[in-house]
Design a protein around this ligand. Structure first.
Ligand SMILES: [Zn+2]
Length: 460
């Protein structure tokens, strides 16, 4: 069957122009005028965008004795409702466990549950030689990126010896190393200091992880990548200290890449100081920063020092989950729900506010992540690409609320925000998954995507 998205303004990573989009089966067949099809979708007055790619999500993720509360059904339904048509989620190796076991466990949760297509990164938390030897299998199976944590000491953190082993192995197997940059030893020291002084409330989460802790780890990670002659992707960059390290590395010609997340563009450290423990709703790592960093992040995106904007979606209910940290901020599960709101917030608070163009939105929210993470048929409106398309109404006004969002979490960090712009239709491989305010797809239609290897020769 063929479908024609008629009368909209097509936005790509380089241009915006009036045209129709012809879909044959699961793929885009043509962009142009004078086209016809079996069925038409009215896009008049709308922007027509490639579906967004979210390369940083944590669905059904174990953390601190609990689990993130969106699973692959509810989380991908929320993504679809927000115009995201492909995610790359993190498999987490258990300390002492194999990558194969972790892979099977995560596939078991995701396969048959997702509404949209998904890939996996492999997070290595215990880089013993037998685990390093498994990395090649991951790459063969289309899991072509590996994440290490320089924080969460005693849980997810690797030391520099293990980090180097992971980097070096990708020199043989191919694949991109991603890194969470915070100095885990420093964090533990500051956490102890705060707790000993009786400073137990959520705002001390941010106090114990200052920008210097992120900047130091970013610089160290880049040095390790440089020594091993490997590319590196720095996840969730929040502050000037970290941006400066990435920019300096790229100025030296190194293939260092990075992203920020929407919460760092719109929320600030002041949100952690909300009364009645509500600051816990804003606890994520690295923490939200002072507002002055937002201009730095926008500048880094404009100048190409950062290439993507993801969500790091990792939701925990306020009741019973965030509340685990009452009286001890170190026990608050880390993460925010955001998977549903990226497109609308980027449009309303970044494009309409004059920080970026809608072309930039597509480049940072879809095309760039798709290219870096080897999603060869995602992130572009062009013949042969998957027909993952958002018909976005830029004029509709609405209010964000936990009472109406699709995410399976009992609060919304953007509660009460009045915003403009919302998807009207969302298509995944040619099939409508969201229309007129409702998710209309069945769980299990989304497919696992094997990703190709991205090997940057030089910083681009
Ligand atoms: Zn994350």
């Amino acid at each position: 069957m063929s479908r024609l998205i008629r009368g909209g303004r097509v936005v790509t990573a380089t241009d915006a122009f009036d045209a129709d989009v012809l879909i044959e089966g699961e793929s885009i067949a043509a962009i142009g005028t004078g086209l016809s099809a079996d069925e038409e979708i009215d896009a008049s007055g709308c922007l027509v965008l490639p579906g967004l790619v979210d390369n940083h999500t944590h669905l059904s993720m174990p953390f601190g004795g609990t689990w993130s509360c969106d699973d692959y059904d509810t989380g991908t339904a929320a993504a679809a409702a927000g115009g995201t048509t492909c995610i790359v989620d993190f498999i987490i190796q258990y300390v002492g466990g194999s990558l194969k076991d972790a892979r099977e466990e995560w596939h078991g949760r995701a396969d048959g549950a997702a509404h949209i297509d998904y890939g996996f990164h492999m997070a290595i938390t215990d880089a013993q030689p037998n685990v390093i030897a498994e990395m090649g299998d991951c790459v063969e199976q289309g899991i072509t990126s590996f994440k290490v944590f320089m924080a969460y000491k005693g849980a997810l953190m690797v030391d520099d010896e293990q980090f180097l082993a992971v980097l070096e192995e990708t020199g043989k197997t191919g694949g991109l190393v991603m890194v969470h940059c915070e100095n885990g030893d420093a964090v533990v020291r500051y956490q102890k200091e705060a707790m000993a002084a009786g400073n137990t409330s959520p705002k001390y989460h941010a106090w114990s992880r200052p920008p210097e802790v992120e900047g130091e780890a970013t610089g160290r990670a880049i040095r390790l990548a440089e020594w091993t002659k490997r590319p590196l992707f720095v996840v969730h960059v929040t502050c000037e200290e970290s941006v400066n390290e990435i920019r300096a590395a790229r100025d030296r010609g190194l293939p260092i890449f990075g992203e920020t997340c929407i919460q760092y563009l719109y929320l600030t450290v002041d949100d952690l100081d909300r009364p009645d423990f509500e600051g816990a709703k804003y606890v994520c790592s690295p923490p939200l920063r002072e507002e002055k960093n937002q201009a730095v992040l926008y500048q880094a995106l404009r100048q190409g020092a950062l290439q993507g904007i993801s969500t790091d979606h990792c939701p925990f209910n306020f009741k019973e989950q965030k509340e685990l940290g009452l009286g001890d901020f170190t026990k608050i599960p880390n993460g925010l729900p955001a998977i549903e709101h990226r497109l609308t917030l980027l449009y309303d608070r970044s494009v309409r506010a004059g920080h970026m163009s809608v072309v930039d939105l597509v480049r940072h929210g879809s095309w760039g992540p798709a290219r870096i993470f080897g999603l060869d048929k995602k992130g572009a409106l062009a013949p042969g690409f998957d027909a993952d398309v958002v018909v976005f109404d830029p004029d509709v006004k609405h209010t964000i609320s936990a009472s109406t969002h699709v995410m399976n979490v009992d609060y919304d960090p953007f509660e009460g925000w009045e915003v403009q712009g919302k998807p009207r239709f969302v298509l995944s491989r040619g099939e409508t998954v969201y229309a007129d305010g409702k998710v209309v797809s069945e769980p299990g239609r989304g497919r696992f995507v094997k990703r190709s290897i991205f090997e940057p020769a030089v910083a681009s």
